[in-house]
Design a protein around this ligand. Structure first.
Ligand code: AMP
Length: 547
């Protein structure tokens, strides 16, 4: 017998695995300079976590999850016992057989009750109901059996009772329903709430990497076990500067791995104030053209009209182009957030396209959505998707005020794109993988970078913000981890927050600093303060790492 990896999963062999390692290492280096720390998450979680967060009616949850019942050893024995007892039900004419059947069912009922109490079998309302039903049916069967008339009518009813007992045993849930994670955002939010991470000072910034599982139809760039590198920022602010910084970090990562030709698309999908009215408008417009749409889109008119905008069906494209666009229906706050995001992106020299059809179908997503596509991938060309999901923490039982933004990069596709790029370049003589690795830049200093915030970069208002954004990127580019607040801060408040975050240095940019080109840097351990130019500052910060 010859074994093979199952459909949709694959081995990653050398030299490809070397490229994978470099990509993952680059993510660690870049994300850590933006103050993100790694979270290692479980591969499986309660099914309910994904059903709630991703949404029961999505394809991922309804069709693509790898779900199993996690039975304990004693639960497995109980399952077997249920089967044995119900396999050969006694006839109404055989009283002694019925009595031994009755004894077995009662004993099994007791065992199940005990197993539920001790947690070996899930103690759910449904399971308790099933047990009650079994006892009811058993009693009913007993009273018929005692009459022992053996008439056909009674025999059929009696048989029906026993069948009911067997069905209740069969539908009994013997273990917890678990699912191999189809994505990791739900787990990050679960962990954020479970460990009370919202009690820590500042924003919570986490990144993760690892396999995800979805039962999709396999093709190039689409696997059933695939890998994601993702990051999530959770905190109290939804300032558009945070959205822009997340995008800057993503693009810094793609630049570090040498990916060329990536295209960033952005959109705003409004929030719970303005989106419902837009969705209704969309539904009304779609209803008018219902007959011209395919079956999937027709169904989505009722279930989720926004998802029609995702459609790739060629015949629907011309119709979709005429639909109302959400940008024209945003409320004042969402409009302002979106305009601010675009200003922040311009400030950072980030090129992007707007794509009004970039949507997320779930209620807790709001405002910013984005996607990055890369060349060399054919139809599956999205290497990253993300957006704001301010309502999810509340939905999963955490503080309602938590704001979140995050993304997931498809590592398989990123690696494929890097390989395609290397293979098509002229210097590919040494092979696509080594050429792709050679195309990556690396930061020598980062190997000795300490964990945590190295620089809290405060800016005091006005034009100093631009200088702060530029300096932050420059320092991060050298592997230094920088925290850049999205709002201007007074000197004292900035120092206070810097020390609460455990930063090693505070760098202050005020109007004076801007005019003189000298930055004030304060070592927080002993308060030593200096004024340094940009390159002296960099040298100073790097030398401060030496013990
Ligand atoms: P999603 O979690 O669906 O927003 O996907 C985020 C990114 O993960 C996508 O842009 C893809 O790059 C990647 N991805 C999603 N599903 C798969 C899959 N089945 N195989 C490979 N990559 C995937």
């Amino acid at each position: 017998m010859k074994f093979q990896a199952i459909k949709g999963v694959r081995d990653i062999l050398p030299p490809d695995s070397a490229l994978w390692n470099r990509v993952e290492q680059a993510a660690r280096e870049v994300f850590e300079t933006y103050g993100y720390g790694e979270i290692r998450l479980p591969i499986f979680e309660p099914t309910e976590l994904f059903a709630r967060s991703i949404g029961a009616e999505t394809d991922v949850v309804s069709k693509e999850m790898y779900t199993f019942e996690d039975r304990s050893r004693s639960a497995a024995e109980l399952t077997q016992r249920c089967e044995e007892i119900t396999q050969n039900p006694p006839s109404i004419r055989d009283a002694s057989l019925f009595i031994s059947y009755q004894r077995s069912v009662l004993a099994l009922g007791e065992n199940l009750k005990r197993a539920m109490a001790s947690g070996q079998v899930p103690r759910t309302a449904e399971n308790e109901q099933r047990l009650r039903k079994v006892l009811e049916l058993l009693e009913a069967a007993e009273s018929l059996g005692l009459k022992n008339l053996g008439e056909d009518v009674d025999a059929a009813t009696f048989g029906g009772y026993l069948k009911g007992i067997a069905e209740n045993f069969k539908s009994f849930q013997f273990g917890d329903s678990l699912t191999l994670r189809p994505e990791a955002t739900a787990s990050v939010v679960r962990a954020y709430i479970e460990h009370g991470l919202y009690n820590r000072p500042g924003n919570t910034k986490l990144y993760y990497m690892g396999p995800m599982f979805r039962r999709e139809r396999p093709q190039k760039g689409r696997y059933r076990q695939f890998y994601q590198i993702g990051a999530e920022l959770l905190g109290s602010s939804d300032h558009a500067a945070l959205d822009a910084e997340v995008l800057e970090m993503l693009l810094a990562f793609f630049a570090r791995v040498g990916l060329q030709g990536a295209i960033l698309s952005i959109n705003s999908i409004g929030d719970k104030n303005c989106r419902p009215a837009y969705v209704e408008l969309l539904r009304a417009e779609l209803t008018k053209v219902r007959d011209k749409l395919g079956p999937d889109s027709q169904r989505r008119i009722e279930t989720n009209p926004l998802r029609v905008l995702d459609s790739k069906v060629p015949d629907e494209q011309a119709i979709i182009a005429t639909l109302p666009r959400i940008a024209d229906h945003l409320c004042a706050e969402c409009k302002e957030h979106y305009a601010k995001l675009q200003d922040e992106l311009a400030l950072r020299d980030i090129a992007y396209q707007e794509n009004w059809r970039l949507v997320r179908g779930l209620d807790y997503y709001m405002r910013t959505t984005f996607e990055i596509t890369a060349p060399g991938l054919g139809s599956q060309d999205a290497v990253c998707g993300g957006g704001r999901y301010d309502g999810l923490v509340e939905l999963l039982g955490g503080p309602a005020t938590t704001k979140c933004i995050g993304f997931a990069i498809g590592t398989d596709r990123l690696v494929l794109s890097l390989q395609a790029q290397a293979a098509s370049s002229l210097n590919a003589s040494s092979g696509a993988v080594s050429s792709a690795i050679a195309g990556m830049s690396s930061v020598a200093a980062s190997a000795s970078a300490p964990a945590g915030v190295e620089v809290f970069l405060a800016w005091l208002g006005g034009a100093t913000y631009h200088a702060a954004v530029v300096l932050a990127r420059r320092l991060r580019g050298q592997g230094i981890s920088v925290e850049l607040p999205p709002v201007a801060m007074k000197f004292g408040k900035a120092l206070n927050l810097a020390s609460r975050l455990g930063a090693r240095h505070a760098v202050i940019i005020g109007e004076d600093e801007l005019a003189s080109g000298q930055f004030t840097v304060k070592r927080l351990a002993d308060g030593e303060q200096k004024k340094l130019s940009g390159s002296d500052l960099l040298a100073y910060l790097l030398s401060a790492r030496k013990p």
